[in-house]
Design a protein around this ligand. Structure first.
Ligand code: ACO
Length: 424
């Protein structure tokens, strides 16, 4: 083999083919290693394991680079719309003007939910977490729009993208006991969502272009992030041949956790906790550093970015714009700014490269926009949808695609005999 790495085990040597990506990322192909050697590779948390070849998103965590289909995130956030970026992720190329208009129309005209689907909302408790509602309703869509013919897939992709924002806004309206507000076709994706969230039958909400723009940027920044926990979950579920809705509903559940998308909610809860504790910031920084205390500073650190998170840099600016525009005077924002300063100068955080991540600033912007804390992770999910769908499609279209099925090293009992109940 020309391009192979060597591994030796118990005196025997094995060759592992080397796979090189377009950005010169190097992977060792161990897919045949177990068959040849009887051993597996162990990598808990998959921190150093590539699960697939993918052409959707490139990240260089050391250099703080993030690109969708080759386009730098900075350019997309500054100049593109969320609908263009969604098209790009799912189809591989930026849309032409005609494709863009058709795609936008699709996202608009499929926004309404089947009237029968509204009945499900009656069954949810008013205190339900909107992530539970989002996941359940996405799964439910498979009962209304089954995948029977091949071209149902493209239609269902548009339906999912278009209807998810309506489900999200309805979940919020349900939680505050207000009537649902239907989408308006003349509005952009972001403006339509804000309208459904904040309009009431007695008064239409005028969408501020600065907030519409900020939401557009937030959605773009969240749109994909290669093999993160929720995307890998979508791919894992999709690898069994499960339909789009079932796979994406699983992704929503994975995103909900506080170590992933749920961190934006946790950031605000943490800031509230600090505020209620008389703003004693140092105490919380010390707790985060204490190995015997499970407390972590939410919104700090990232599995991949070890220098800076390019999305956080963009959002920091956006955050300032929104706060200036709204003239928000919120003590939590002051606490956030002080916390950022302390943590960035503290040796513990500096040594471990723990910087504010995208969730740190997104939570602050959402709060200033009037979006309730419980909805923050739903906002993340709306942004991540095109990424999940793009990965589901890529996997589905891969002729060499296999069901995902990792191995394990068993650490339990060796064989033992069953003891009848009476003898135990
Ligand atoms: N506060 C305090 N210490 C931290 C934090 C934090 N937020 N994050 C990491 N550390 C410490 C760890 O204790 C560990 O210290 P050690 O080397 O002395 O043991 C070291 O930094 C490395 O941390 P790991 O947990 O090994 O890093 P990992 O890559 O597994 O985790 C994660 C990354 C989950 C994001 C982690 O930094 C974290 O829990 N952050 C808070 C939650 C958060 O903000 N999540 C959002 C991530 S971004 C996103 O999903 C879009």
């Amino acid at each position: 083999m020309d391009n192979a790495a060597k591994m030796s085990l118990n005196g025997q040597e094995f060759e592992l083919p080397v796979v090189v990506g377009t950005e010169n990322e190097i992977g060792l192909d161990i897919s045949r290693f177990r068959g040849e050697s009887g051993a597996i590779t162990l990598d808990s948390g998959y921190a150093n394991t590539g699960s697939c070849l993918s052409s959707i998103c490139f990240i260089d965590g050391e250099k703080g680079i993030l690109r969708y289909r080759g386009y730098p995130i900075e350019q997309l956030a500054q100049r593109a719309t969320f609908s263009e970026v969604s098209y790009l992720l799912m189809n591989g190329e930026l849309p032409t003007a005609t494709e863009n208009a058709q795609f936008r129309d699709g996202l608009t005209y499929h926004s309404m939910l089947h009237e029968d689907m509204k009945k499900f909302f009656e069954g949810f408790r008013h205190t339900s977490h909107p992530m539970a509602i989002l996941s359940a309703m996405i799964s439910t869509m498979s009962t209304y729009y089954p995948e029977v013919e091949e071209d149902d897939i493209e239609r269902n992709i548009i339906r999912l993208m278009a209807k998810a924002k309506t489900v999200a806004a309805f979940a919020y309206k349900k939680s505050i006991g207000h009537p649902f507000v239907y989408p308006k076709n003349e509005l952009s994706y972001s403006a339509n969502f804000l309208h459904m969230m904040f309009s009431v039958p007695t008064e239409s909400y005028d969408v501020d272009p600065i907030l519409e723009d900020a939401l557009n940027v937030l959605l773009i920044l969240h749109a994909d992030h290669e093999q993160n926990c929720s995307t890998s979950t979508v791919r894992m579920v999709g690898s069994s041949g499960a339909n789009l809705y079932a796979s994406v509903a699983a992704g929503v559940s994975a995103l909900w956790g506080p170590l992933h998308g749920g961190a934006n909610q946790k950031v605000i809860e943490m800031l509230e906790q600090i505020r209620d504790d008389e703003g004693d910031l140092q105490k919380y920084v010390d707790r985060a550093k204490d190995k015997d205390d499970p407390f972590r500073l939410f919104g700090f650190g990232h599995r991949v970015y070890k220098n800076f998170d390019p999305r956080a840099t963009i959002l920091r600016e956006q955050c300032k714009k929104v706060l200036d525009r709204l003239g928000v005077d919120d003590p939590l924002l002051g606490i956030a700014q002080q916390l950022e300063k302390i943590a960035l100068e503290d040796e513990y955080f500096v040594k471990r490269n723990l910087y504010p991540n995208v969730d740190f600033y997104s939570g602050i912007i959402y709060r200033a926009m009037g979006i309730p804390t419980k909805m923050f992770t739903v906002m993340f999910a709306l942004g991540r949808l095109p990424g999940w769908i793009a990965h589901w499609k890529e996997l589905r279209e891969d002729p060499k695609g296999r069901i995902n099925r990792p191995r394990q090293i068993y650490t339990g009992y060796q064989e033992r005999d069953y003891v009848p109940l009476a003898e135990r």
